[in-house]
Design a binder for this molecule. Structure first.
Ligand code: KG4
Ligand code: ZN
Length: 339
């Protein structure tokens, strides 16, 4: 016998289901079907295809955890932000499961889920400053508690993950671009291309990636297009791109660090799997005497375990707002607002 939370994540191109013990925080089951291979040939996620694949995968995953049904005390599901058609598949599944099991349902903000990926199987370390870098977002967030999170900085155009994916697409490298670029960059010289560090001279604490992405496009064109580039050119350009991305993230984060005394810091989201970026931030944390928490590599990309971990806090606080079940795409929030 246990007290379990069933969690479902389907905001983008991963169908995932998890069971977490409410009392011990132990992750009991964690299942995930990735759609990366299906979307790869398109160089990005195709929403209709994603939603269809979720509709096929989720019932199969739920079937596998049937033996635990009697122990489930609540069903948690990602409701926003994400691709509406994909989110809907998860919410339909969650509503069905909650009605069948006669338990409450908890709507979860995907971004808060990413932050709680830090605490899978463990207690929370709060307060916390977070740099969230994913396919859809680039934000600095101040986390006071599971439901009090303030946006400090955000991107004015593309997200970091998106920039990696678009650069990879320009170089015909496949999707998702982040891990491919990181690997190629290891064989490249980061000083070979002179790419602009975004917003270097701006006092704004905000991110911008589209100018850098365009600078990469111009370099590719100057070399006669991706097809005419040598492997070494591609590695060099990947390394130079990463160098500019990291410099930009560090420069803007440093501005926040100078004014914010919160002792704990973490990078979360898909891009936080990147060792080069992580190393840069480890040095910055050392300089500012901040304790850097890390997400286990298993949980940096989208997964249901992080959704379940956040939902445990909501469950313990009796937080079952009907409102939180409204499915929604990405909202543009202003710095200073609660996420
Ligand atoms: O958090 P995530 O799995 O999904 C969203 O919520 O968007 O993030 C996916 C993003 C993709 O853009 C992918 O290219 C990027 O994370 N990513 C990386 C790495 N691994 C995944 N970016 C840079 N370096 C990596 N190693
Ligand atoms: Zn995500």
């Amino acid at each position: 016998m246990g007290n379990l939370i069933l969690s479902i994540e389907s905001s983008c191109d991963d169908s995932s289901v998890a069971l977490t013990d409410i009392d011990s925080l132990e992750l009991i089951e964690h299942l995930k079907v990735s759609q990366e291979a299906e979307h790869s040939s398109y160089g990005g996620v195709v929403p209709e295809l994603a939603s269809r694949l979720h509709a096929v995968a989720l019932p199969k995953l739920l079937e596998k955890i049937k033996p635990y049904f009697a122990d489930i005390k609540a069903v948690a599901v990602t409701t926003h932000p994400g691709l509406s058609v994909s989110l809907h598949e998860g919410v339909i599944m969650a509503k069905g499961a909650a009605a069948f099991l006669n338990v409450p349902i908890i709507g979860v903000n995907h971004l808060k889920g990413h932050i709680y990926s830090l605490f899978i199987g463990k207690e929370q370390t709060l307060p916390l400053l977070v740099l969230l870098v994913s396919g859809g977002h680039t934000q600095i967030i101040e986390v006071e508690s599971y439901d009090k999170m303030k946006l400090l900085a955000t991107t004015i155009d593309d997200s970091v993950g998106e920039a990696y994916d678009k650069v990879a697409k320009m170089l015909s490298l496949g999707y998702p671009g982040g891990p491919i670029i990181e690997k190629l960059a290891l064989e490249g010289d980061e000083n070979s291309f002179n790419l602009p560090v975004p917003m270097q001279n701006s006092p704004l604490v905000a991110f911008s990636l589209s100018g850098l992405k365009n600078a990469v496009r111009l370099q590719i064109e100057a070399l006669g297009g991706a097809k005419n580039m040598s492997r070494q050119d591609i590695c060099n350009l990947s390394a130079s791109f990463q160098k500019a991305v990291l410099k930009h993230l560090l420069q803007k984060s440093k501005k926040v660090f100078k004014e914010n005394i919160i002792p704990n810091f973490a990078i979360v989201g898909g891009v936080s799997a990147n060792s080069y970026i992580k190393e840069g931030f480890k040095k910055l944390c050392k300089e500012f005497n901040k304790n850097m928490l890390e997400v286990d590599l298993k949980y940096t990309s989208d997964n249901a375990a992080m959704i379940g971990r956040w939902a445990i806090e909501a469950y313990k606080n009796g937080d079952f707002s009907e409102d939180s079940l409204k499915v929604g795409a990405t909202k543009r929030l202003q710095p200073g607002s609660l996420i």
